[in-house]
Design a protein around this ligand. Structure first.
Ligand SMILES: [Zn+2]
Ligand SMILES: [Zn+2]
Length: 63
């Protein structure tokens, strides 16, 4: 595994449920820090804190 794979895992984007949207770059999945947890603010309903992906610890696009 690459270093990135040990830190992050793929999770289905809660906003589009895998269909692909602007928040997951059209992939339907996002990289989130292991262990993947639903956003504590919205519990997967999508909010500004999780970048509208529904997940806690989403890997930033600009890292
Ligand atoms: Zn999406
Ligand atoms: Zn959220």
């Amino acid at each position: 595994m690459t270093e990135e794979e040990t830190i992050y895992e793929e999770a289905v984007c809660c906003h589009c449920e895998g269909l692909g949207c602007r928040y997951c770059d059209g992939k339907g999945k996002v990289l989130v820090a292991r262990p993947a947890k639903k956003c504590r603010h919205c519990h997967g309903e999508c909010c500004i804190y999780c970048g509208y992906t529904g997940w806690e610890g989403v890997k930033g696009k600009y890292e």
